[in-house]
Design a protein around this ligand. Structure first.
Ligand SMILES: CC(C)(COP(=O)(O)OP(=O)(O)OC[C@H]1O[C@@H](n2cnc3c(N)ncnc32)[C@H](O)[C@@H]1OP(=O)(O)O)[C@@H](O)C(=O)NCCC(=O)NCCS
Length: 210
């Protein structure tokens, strides 16, 4: 079993633990979160330190995985990922045994494919990204770095989704569209045209709200 430390002990961490346990290859040896949460538990695992303790643990040869959630702002996930990499940590990618990742698709370092998600052929997923429960990434679609495709969202074939993008639950991205960097797509939004300007988009068809 590979010793693994999780970074972030909130709601997304709970879902990640379930996926990680189901793989049967990693032994979660602790979670890093805020100082105030020290010694509390998430499912069966203890908060053993805060983010500053990353440096203490890395020389011990542990693997790390970022379990901080991302809705509007991915900055904490990005900062944690950069700190881990700067300190030479190994950050595996995680694939649920209940998900489908085509052998013609690629998955970046530190990204997770959660239960029942589907990633079809010739798609690429960047680094430190989340393909959440039941999300569908169709053929020849690229998903950038530090991007979160939420539960049950559909990104159809031939799309290009940028870096630091959030796509909400049950959103639908029609085929062959581009979504630029730093975009937030609300839950249930239907995107039928490419989005070339950063901001928040909601509704059917998608409109920019901020
Ligand atoms: C898009 C989102 C991030 C916007 O949050 P926000 O910046 O706080 O925006 P507000 O709640 O102030 O809403 C701004 C406007 O957009 C509308 N709006 C917000 N989210 C919407 C949505 N998903 N669908 C349709 N309209 C929406 C609001 O009604 C409001 O409209 P108004 O200005 O006409 O009154 C949030 O509403 C959302 O959809 N979050 C995704 C949740 C999710 O999928 N979680 C999955 C976790 S795995």
């Amino acid at each position: 079993m590979i010793p693994l430390i999780l970074v972030g002990g909130g709601g997304h961490c709970i879902s990640c633990i379930d996926v990680i346990e189901s793989i049967g290859r990693f032994e979660i040896i602790g979670i890093l979160d805020l100082k105030e949460k020290l010694h509390s538990t998430v499912l069966n695992y203890k908060i053993v330190g805060d983010n500053e303790d990353i440096n203490i643990y890395i020389p011990n040869g542990n693997n790390y995985f970022i379990t901080i959630g991302h809705i509007k702002n991915p900055q904490l996930r990005i900062l944690s990922f950069q700190t881990l990499k700067k300190n030479g940590a190994i950050v595996p990618s995680i694939i649920s045994p209940l998900a489908y990742l085509s052998s013609y698709a690629t998955l970046g370092e530190g990204s997770i494919i959660m239960h029942n998600a589907f990633v079809n052929a010739k798609s690429t997923i960047g680094i430190n990204s989340i393909i959440n429960t039941g999300a569908v990434i169709e053929h020849e679609t690229s998903i950038g770095d530090h991007t979160h495709i939420s539960t049950g969202a559909y990104v159809n074939g031939g799309c290009s989704v940028g870096d630091r993008v959030f796509i909400g639950s049950s959103a639908v991205i029609a085929h062959n569209l581009t979504i630029t960097n730093d975009v937030v797509i609300g839950a249930g939004t239907v995107v039928i045209r490419s989005i070339n300007e950063p901001g928040t988009y909601v509704g059917n068809p998608a409109r920019k709200v901020s």
